[in-house]
Design a protein around this ligand. Structure first.
Ligand code: DQA
Length: 139
């Protein structure tokens, strides 16, 4: 199984961002742990960008992957372009967030990705990613 792990803007700053919402680990550490969890059962491909168009282009180039774990960061709440690219994706989509969007500012309640995701896991800090991967490995 080939799985994309896509992270949007400011997620390259994990470890330096607000720890109450986002935990203490860096994205590099989270990605390393994801590889350990997969134990070679899936081929994981990691991508992070702060640019909306680059994320759109990346998704367009990888439409045939089996699955995707995506944390689009703030683009979750704004990006019809990422929504439209995800509509073309053939595999299963799992949306993740480190923080719990339901308990934060109202603008974070708008979510352009959730309607396309088989599952949305949020509020568990780095464990949101680990649970998303475990879910896909069980499918
Ligand atoms: C986030 C939540 C978003 O609202 C925020 O803009 C982020 C991170 C999360 O993982 O909790 O950058 O997606």
């Amino acid at each position: 199984m080939k799985i994309l792990i896509i992270n949007g803007p400011n997620l390259n700053m994990l470890g330096k961002r607000d720890k109450k919402h986002y935990g203490t680990l860096t994205l590099k550490t989270i990605n390393k742990k994801l590889k350990l969890i997969s134990k070679g059962r899936a081929k994981l491909t990691f991508y992070q960008s702060n640019c909306e168009g680059k994320i759109v282009t990346y998704i367009q180039k990888h439409l045939n992957y089996d699955a995707m774990i995506i944390n689009a960061g703030a683009y979750t709440h704004t990006s019809i372009a990422i929504h439209d690219a995800l509509e073309m994706f053939k595999g299963k989509i799992v949306e993740v967030h480190l923080s719990d969007l339901n308990t934060r500012e109202d603008f974070r309640k708008t979510d352009y990705i959730s309607s396309l995701a088989s599952k949305c896991i949020m509020g568990l800090h780095e464990n949101s990613y680990y649970e998303a991967l475990s879910y896909l490995l069980k499918e």
